[in-house]
Design a protein around this ligand. Structure first.
Ligand code: NAD
Length: 512
């Protein structure tokens, strides 16, 4: 497999980037370079934003009947599914995610997101008429609260005040405009589709800047956009690095930035966007708690570990419950059960269907996670599993699933996002103590409560400061429910009506 792209996707056509620089695609399982894409410049971004603006103003896309926009999204979903083998294998080659997860999360996860927003449009009402309300009892003499400064044409009398009881307002939801989409490498197509699906459904146009590690699959998406027949300029895809991302955020003709990535970059984007009064959604990092209450079924807990705590992707998942909180009364039992489960996972080639744990995505990730292994050891935590490269694998960016026991929640390995297959186990005294430790974090993205008593688990979940939390499950919420973080984990929501609403601005048209 060799992919060498010279072109980026602007205004419905593939055209040569002005960039001299290239982004290499390095297979993390083999460390071999197998492709490259343009490292686009601010000039390329500018051209893409102009195309998106022109499409927003002139293509008619925002004014199409919502059910017509839905047809494009359904077509796009079908094409992504048709290309499933190529897309899934390419993403696995780029970021090392095991093939089955790549297909499930990126291909089917992506298509489901396009279809969800398309279906949503079937019943969505863009406009509603609101009769004015007369607040009760505010003014005993019947005054409406605002001066009658204008007499309506032909009445010759006092104005029926528009803030009073006679006005009817059309409240209309309009698309935000041009949306800049910036995503990381871990689930690239899923991260794009959740934003692009909502943006297109709302009538926005978009410029996508994928992660430099996963540029190539974004070009496959551009080919699918062409095949689906979207009007030129509605979707533009510009491969590039951080500088291209900065140019997109700073561009004066972009109305909104939808970002997934690290909290540090999210903060920079929020600062810039705040100064420019641009709307932002930020899906950022996490350090979520997996709370194992003393009545938990440890089989359910350990069965879920590969997905809930390793995110199906060597822990390179923002929502993974990587901080395991275990009751002192069952501490060793929980640690032993984790070691038994994680040591049974097959580590190897991510293309091999029997592999359960693949490599990390890049040498930078390998260095970062290795660094945290050293920090944990230096902080006095006890390595009970893993702690370095897996035995017998001497090529590729592999780190074995690792469990640190005897961890204090104040340690860096308990507070900072490691983004690798590294779990820490922290003891707690009782339920109150577990909730206190869970909330003693700068992050608030995911989480899980394990217990045989669903009501008890739900009550604990209500008290954890987070955006999403499961009871006996660590999965993503269903498509109709919002996903997003609190604290350093982000602003805004994706999926569900709440996620769709991020791409809309309400307009009030007042009539008397
Ligand atoms: P990153 O923040 O370094 O980069 C993300 C994207 O932002 C890339 O496309 C990058 O080129 C671009 N970028 C970098 N600096 C920029 C700037 N100043 N302005 C504009 N764009 C810029 O993150 P990463 O290392 O690629 O991804 C890992 C991070 O993503 C982790 O922290 C993880 O938790 C987070 N993440 C969050 C979610 C979520 O839904 N909350 C999902 C996946 C990943």
């Amino acid at each position: 497999m060799e992919y060498n792209y010279q072109e980026i996707f602007i205004g419905g056509a593939f055209e040569r980037s002005t960039a001299p620089g290239r982004l290499d695609a390095i297979n993390p399982a083999t460390e071999e370079t197998f492709g490259s894409a343009p490292d686009s410049t601010a000039a390329d971004i500018d051209k893409a934003v102009r195309a998106a603006r022109a499409a927003f103003r002139m293509s008619g896309w925002p004014h199409l009947a919502p059910t017509e926009r839905a047809k494009f999204l359904h077509r796009l979903a079908d094409i992504v599914v048709e290309k499933q083998d190529e897309i899934a294998a390419l993403i696995t080659a780029e970021n090392g995610m095991i093939l089955s997860a790549s297909k499930a999360f990126n291909v089917f996860g992506g298509a489901l997101r396009f279809n969800y927003f398309a279906d949503f449009l079937e019943t969505w009402q863009q406009e509603e008429i609101r009769p004015a309300v007369a607040p009760k009892g505010a003014f005993a003499d019947g005054h409406s609260g605002t001066p009658a400064f204008r007499a309506p044409v032909g009445t010759g009398g006092t104005s029926p005040d528009t803030m009073g009881s006679t006005a009817r307002t059309i409240v209309r939801q309009e698309p935000v405009g041009v949306v800049g989409i910036i995503v990381p490498w871990n689930v690239p197509l899923s991260s794009i589709s959740v934003k692009l699906g909502a943006a297109l459904a709302a009538g926005c146009t978009a410029v996508i800047k994928p992660s430099p590690e996963t540029s190539l699959d974004a070009i496959l998406l551009a080919e699918a956009i062409v095949e689906a027949g979207f009007p030129p300029g509605v979707v533009n895809i510009v491969t590039g690095g951080d500088e291209a991302g900065k140019a997109l955020v700073a561009h004066p003709d972009v109305n909104m930035i939808a970002f997934t990535g690290s909290s540090a970059v999210g903060r920079q984007i929020a600062r810039q966007a705040g100064g420019d009064l641009k709307k932002v959604t930020l899906e950022l990092g996490g350090k979520s708690a997996g709370i194992v209450l003393e009545d938990a079924d440890l089989d359910i807990f350990t069965e879920g570990l590969p997905t809930a705590s390793l995110g199906g992707y060597s822990g390179q998942s923002c929502r993974a419950s990587t901080r395991i909180l275990a009751p002192r009364s069952r501490y060793s039992e929980v640690v032993d059960a984790m070691v038994a489960k994680l040591s049974s996972l097959r580590i190897g080639d991510p293309l091999d269907p029997t592999t359960q744990v693949g490599p990390l995505a890049s040498s930078a990730q390998y260095e970062r996670v290795s660094g945290y292994l050293e920090i944990g050891k230096a902080e006095g935590a006890r390595v009970v599993l893993g702690g370095g490269r897996p035995a017998g694998i001497d090529r590729g960016f592999y780190i074995a699933p690792t469990v640190f026991a005897d961890v204090d929640n104040r340690m860096r390995i308990a507070q900072e996002e490691i983004f690798g297959p590294v779990l820490v186990v922290i003891p707690f005294d009782d339920e109150e103590d577990a909730i206190r430790i869970a909330n003693d974090s700068d992050y608030g993205l995911g989480g899980t409560v394990f217990t045989k008593d669903e009501e008890r688990g739900t009550n604990v979940a209500r008290r954890v400061e987070t955006g999403t939390i499961g009871v006996n499950t660590g999965g993503m919420p269903p498509l109709n429910s919002p996903f997003g973080g609190v604290k350093n984990s982000g602003l805004g929501r994706e999926m569900g009506p709440e996620g769709f609403g991020e791409y809309l601005v309400p307009k009030s048209i007042v009539r008397v």
